[in-house]
Design a protein around this ligand. Structure first.
Ligand SMILES: Nc1ncnc2c1ncn2[C@@H]1O[C@H](COP(=O)(O)OP(=O)(O)OP(=O)(O)O)[C@@H](O)[C@H]1O
Ligand SMILES: [Mg+2]
Length: 504
């Protein structure tokens, strides 16, 4: 199916750009290349940006005379909001997303408002995330088949900023490049289109924002009203279109404690996907907290745990355990991630990580676990830098100073997996009647035995990850998988079955 509600095309700003903003591409590219340097790994080209779901119809092109009458009006409106300097600074980003000029946010809002019901789904430190559901039932079904439609709206400033309340151009460029890079990889969210827009936050999204605020606790709806922040910051916005990845991990086990099948699948599927991404693009996520892994029914029929008849009728251990929960697991949010593509390394310099962390009494166990993981990764990266320096000295070579966060230290993925498993086990009920005592109701004797075995295995992995000094942990998620197979925590058949699924 071709989603062509909004096509890409020449935008008025392109005209503005070309007539008023002389391009200084070399300077801009140098600016971008400061983020690089690393020996090439696998020359995986960035994924071409897919045809976006949306087209802004009010943006006429030379080939679309229908709306030409409005051109001047819209064009003037845009010029008032974007200076030639800003347009020039945005040029490299616009090239990356293959967009000519900056689109108008109001028009974008009107276009989606006509076709879709918008619901705010969640938020992060910088972004608001909305689900779009087609109003037309046939289209809604088609959309569902394609994996749903989500937009992440990230305000950003062109000027770099020491304040961390809004992303800057470098940060947004990195997130978009990473989004395109992992798009091809199993276990990561599919990119459906990217738009750079400016202008007033559209009503359709503001309404969804307000509803979310009214229907959620202050803790889960912390973001400030975008119309207020927009007035203050006059930001641009990056809109990332993607598939619906489901519900964040933080909400697994709310209705009833997570089952052994769910915990096993989420943990090992995340680990295998990370291992694959390490091999393909030297990927480190660096922020894999329980809002950044999502789960949903793989078959799309609502089944999110092992089949009841299977558990009741089980006589012996199935050959393949991984996948029995029917959960599809997707890693999202690459704001802090690192990857190497075509010899270029994308990474966040994480200046703010150099400060120590002070745990506050009010922090939950989960928060503490998360903050300790950032600190552990920071220490790991500092050690990797010191080792690289020492090695250079030993070899009598001059150490080529690079930002330490540019180094490939895939053990960071293992540290985040340690966090993920502890989080998962905490939501399986842990020691309080859940965990290894929790069987899916109706389990046969063999099914109970299997679940006990699975819990024991998972607890063993957790004890190992927790009790082992960072220096002695596996060097990468890939090494952890190898070790898991050796130790019998994961069967070779499980890994093979997952691989087969990824190739489908
Ligand atoms: N593709 C998606 N499918 C389903 N939910 C999503 C998707 N993308 C984002 N979300 C939801 O929106 C929330 C915020 O998105 P995201 O984590 O990408 O934003 P962020 O501002 O970068 O977050 P952080 O605070 O971790 O930096 C997620 O925790 C998740 O609940
Ligand atoms: Mg997030």
């Amino acid at each position: 199916m071709h989603f062509d509600l909004f096509g890409s095309g020449v935008d008025e700003n392109e005209i503005v750009q070309e007539t008023e903003a002389p391009r200084d591409e070399e300077k801009m590219m140098n600016e971008m290349e400061r983020l690089t340097i690393e020996e090439p790994v696998r020359d995986i080209p960035l994924q071409p940006v897919p045809e976006p779901t949306f087209s802004i119809k009010q943006k006429p092109t030379e080939h679309n005379p229908r709306l030409r009458g409005r051109r001047k009006l819209i064009s003037q409106k845009k010029m008032a909001t974007l200076t030639p300097e800003k347009l020039q600074a945005l040029d490299p980003l616009l090239k990356i997303v293959q967009q000519h000029g900056v689109k108008d946010f109001q028009e974008f809002g009107r276009s989606i408002g006509k076709k879709y019901l918008c619901t705010k789904l969640g938020e992060g430190s910088y972004a608001d995330v909305y689900e779009l559901q087609a109003k037309d039932s046939n289209e809604a079904q088609e959309l569902e088949k394609r994996g749903g439609l989500i937009i992440k709206v990230i305000p950003f400033r062109v000027e770099s900023t020491s304040k961390d309340d809004i992303a800057d151009l470098d940060a947004i460029t990195r997130e978009i490049q990473l989004f395109q890079t992992v798009d091809a990889l199993h276990g990561f969210v599919r990119c459906r289109g990217i738009h750079i827009v400016s202008g007033a936050y559209p009503d359709v999204l503001l309404e969804a924002f307000s509803t979310f605020k009214l229907t959620h606790t202050a803790e889960s709806a912390q973001n400030l009203d975008p119309s207020v922040t927009a007035f203050r910051n006059k930001p641009l916005y990056a809109i990332l279109e993607m598939n619906h990845a489901g519900t964040p991990l933080g909400r697994l086990g709310r209705a009833r404690p997570a089952s052994a099948f769910q915990v096993f699948d989420v943990f090992w599927k995340t680990a295998i996907s990370l291992a694959h991404a390490e091999r393909e693009v030297r990927f480190e996520h660096r922020d894999l907290h329980n809002g950044n892994i999502c789960w949903k029914s793989l078959s799309g029929d609502g089944q999110i745990d092992v089949k009841q008849d299977m558990i009741e009728e089980m006589k012996e251990k199935p050959e393949v355990i991984l996948g029995l929960s029917n959960l599809e697991v997707t890693i999202i949010d690459y704001t802090l991630s690192r990857a190497t593509v075509g010899g270029i390394t994308i990474f966040d310099p994480m200046k703010y990580w150099d400060h120590g962390y002070e745990e506050a009494d009010g922090d939950s166990e989960g928060d503490k676990r998360q903050f300790r993981t950032y600190a552990a990764v920071r220490d790991l990266v500092m050690k990797a830098e010191a080792e690289a320096m020492a090695l250079a000295q030993l070899e009598g070579a001059e150490y080529k100073a690079i930002n330490k966060y540019e180094l490939f230290v895939p053990k960071s993925n293992v540290l985040w997996l340690r966090y993920v498993l502890a989080d998962l086990l905490a939501r399986s009920g842990g020691g309080s009647g859940g965990g290894r005592n929790a069987y899916v109701p109706g389990s046969s004797k063999a099914a109970k035995k299997l679940q006990l075995e699975m819990w024991k295995g998972l607890e063993e992995v957790e004890a190992y990850l927790k009790g082992t000094a960072a220096t002695l942990l596996p060097e990468s998620a890939d090494d952890l998988i190898g070790m898991a197979v050796e130790k019998g925590w994961l069967a070779e058949g499980d890994v093979a079955a997952f691989k087969a699924q990824t190739e489908q």
